[in-house]
Design a protein around this ligand. Structure first.
Ligand code: SAM
Length: 255
């Protein structure tokens, strides 16, 4: 029973987590040639999705170009198939994954090898509060489930602003606050009363589940976090709630 509960809970969390990350990439809607910095991205999850999405966009664009031609020549069709074999770095797309934890990066790298992501990726050990990159380098900056645990959120935001190119986009996926009062009461009950107890029963790890719940509670709500992103200098800051606000994606631009 304990084993079944553990695996059900894990599978359910992974599925929802995947859906949130997929939604983040759809919002980003990156084009071939985009340079992404994924901070606190040790697992590589965001970077892999980014590379897949860019390739798909490229293939769709090339296919449409061939189809829009009423009678494509053999050469055009053959070029289309050659384009399919282009790697992400041929397309100019690149993802840099930066994480403070060397071991997390190791796990991410191993996963990249297993999943056959051979190029377009680099792995850098670094602190989100003091990034080891020059100014104005990246088109997009992402941080997924990483900003909640840093010491100075404002430093992280200032660093994100610094390393983005003018016109670049900041995207943050993070646990947030449930907006509907009824769902919020249920969620609070679930998170404070149920998650730590489940953690103790299932994983014998009450403390880390309690920490997870408390760190979510401590994190600023959607509006407050939006204000912090604006204070760092970003423009057109907005957010989208997912799963009733259990998580939110905040977005802003460096102009
Ligand atoms: C919950 S994991 C999220 C990983 C990944 N973004 C994802 O969504 O699967 C949080 C990550 O943040 C990293 N992290 C924590 N503090 C950091 C900091 N100050 N700078 C960079 N990475 C940090 C941790 O090492 C960990 O890999």
């Amino acid at each position: 029973m304990r084993k079944y509960l553990r695996s059900f809970k894990r599978e359910h969390y992974y599925l929802v987590n995947r859906l949130w990350k997929d939604a983040l990439i759809r919002m980003m809607n990156p084009l071939p040639g985009t340079k992404l910095l994924d901070v606190a991205g040790g697992t590589g999850d965001i970077a892999f999705r980014f590379l897949d999405y860019v390739r798909m966009q490229h293939e769709r664009q090339s296919r449409q170009a061939v189809k829009s031609n009423q009678s494509p020549s053999w050469q055009q069709i053959s070029e289309f198939y050659q384009q399919q074999n282009k790697s992400n770095s041929d397309l100019g797309s690149k993802a840099v994954i930066c994480d403070i934890n060397k071991e997390m990066l190791k796990v991410g790298r191993q996963k990249a090898e297993q999943l056959n992501y051979t190029d377009g990726l680099s792995w850098v050990v670094g602190n989100a509060e003091e990034l080891p990159f020059d100014d104005d380098k990246f088109d997009v900056y992402t941080i997924a489930f990483g900003i909640r645990n840093v010491t100075h959120i404002d430093h992280v935001l200032q660093e994100a602003y610094r390393v983005l190119k003018p016109g670049g986009r900041f995207l943050c996926l993070e646990f947030s606050k449930v907006q509907n009062p009824i769902i919020s009461r249920l969620y609070n009950l679930y998170s404070f009363q149920v998650i730590p107890v489940l953690g103790e029963v299932i994983a014998a790890d009450w403390k880390s589940y309690q920490y997870l719940v408390e760190s979510i509670q401590r994190f600023p709500d959607q509006e407050e976090f939006k204000g912090m992103i604006e204070d760092a200098g970003f423009y057109r800051v907005e957010y989208s709630n997912m799963t009733s606000g259990i998580v939110a994606v905040h977005s802003g631009f460096k102009l």
